[in-house]
Ligand binder design. Structure first.
Ligand code: SF4
Length: 223
C-alpha cells in the first residue's frame, strides 16, 4: 500500500459488499428524500437549496417560496431581491437566489417551461451539478444512479467501500461495487449517515453494519 493510501481503512471484500448491500436494502426498503415537495419543480428548487444546508432548514423556507413562485414561469420573472429575502436563512443564499431565477429562465426559454428529466440536460441548468441532477433523478424517477453527499461519503469510507478522496470518485466506486438498486442504496446511506453513522458521535452500539465497519474515524467529502 502506498503512503498516500495508508490513512484509508481496509477495503471491503466482495462478500462483505453484498452483505452490506442486503442489510441496507432490508432496513431502508422504501426510503425517500426528507425534502418536502409536490412536483418536479418543487423538488428541483428544494434540492438546489439543500446544498450545504440542512433539509430541515429547506423545508422551513420552501412553503413561502412556492406560494409566491408556484412554477418556473413565476420564478423566471421574480425580483432577485425578493427571492433573496425569502431564502436568506439558507447558506449561500445570494448565489442560490441568482441560480434559481436563472434556472427558471432557462427552463422557460429553452425547454418550453418543462424541466428536463435527463442528466445531460439537467446539468446545463444554472446551479445544477451532477450530484443535484442525480439526486433529482433518483428521487423522481428511481433511476439506477448514485449521488454522494457528505453522509454517503462518510459511510462509504467507514465501511471500506471507497478510498477515493472526492465525491465523484466515491460515486464511481459505489456504482462499480453495488451495481444495482443504487437509488435505494443512496437514500439508505443518506439516512444511515444522518441519524446513525454520524460524523461526530456515531451510534456504533446499535449499528446494523458494525460487523463490516473498517474504521471509527471521521472523513469529510471534498470536491
Ligand atoms: Fe458508522 Fe459506527 Fe457503524 Fe462504523 S460501527 S459504520 S462508525 S455507526
Amino acid at each position: 500500500m502506498s503512503k498516500k493510501e495508508a490513512k484509508y481503512p481496509k477495503q471491503a471484500k466482495k462478500e462483505e459488499i453484498e452483505e452490506i448491500k442486503k442489510i441496507f436494502l432490508k432496513h431502508y426498503p422504501d426510503s425517500v428524500t426528507e425534502l418536502n415537495y409536490k412536483n418536479l419543480y418543487e423538488l428541483l428548487v428544494a434540492v438546489m437549496l439543500s446544498a450545504q444546508c440542512t433539509d430541515k432548514r429547506v423545508n422551513i423556507i420552501t412553503p413561502a417560496l412556492f406560494k409566491k413562485y408556484p412554477g418556473t414561469k413565476e420564478l423566471a420573472n421574480a425580483n432577485l431581491d425578493d427571492v433573496k429575502e425569502l431564502i436568506k436563512s439558507c447558506s449561500f443564499f445570494n448565489n442560490k437566489a441568482k441560480n434559481l431565477v436563472a434556472m427558471a429562465k432557462m427552463v422557460e426559454e429553452e425547454y418550453g417551461g418543462k424541466i428536463p428529466l435527463e442528466q445531460k440536460e439537467l446539468i446545463k441548468l444554472p446551479g445544477v451539478g451532477q450530484k443535484t441532477a442525480n439526486v433529482i433523478l433518483i428521487e423522481y424517477t428511481g433511476a439506477n444512479l448514485m449521488a454522494v453527499d457528505t453522509h454517503v461519503f462518510r459511510v462509504a469510507h467507514r465501511l471500506g467501500l471507497s478510498k477515493a478522496k472526492t465525491a465523484k470518485g466515491t460515486e464511481e466506486d459505489l456504482v462499480k461495487k453495488f451495481k444495482t438498486n443504487l437509488h435505494q442504496l443512496h437514500q439508505a446511506m443518506v439516512l444511515f449517515g444522518r441519524y446513525k453513522c454520524k460524523a461526530a458521535n456515531p451510534l456504533c452500539e446499535e449499528c446494523i453494519v458494525k460487523k463490516y465497519c473498517k474504521s471509527k474515524e471521521g472523513f469529510k467529502a471534498r470536491g
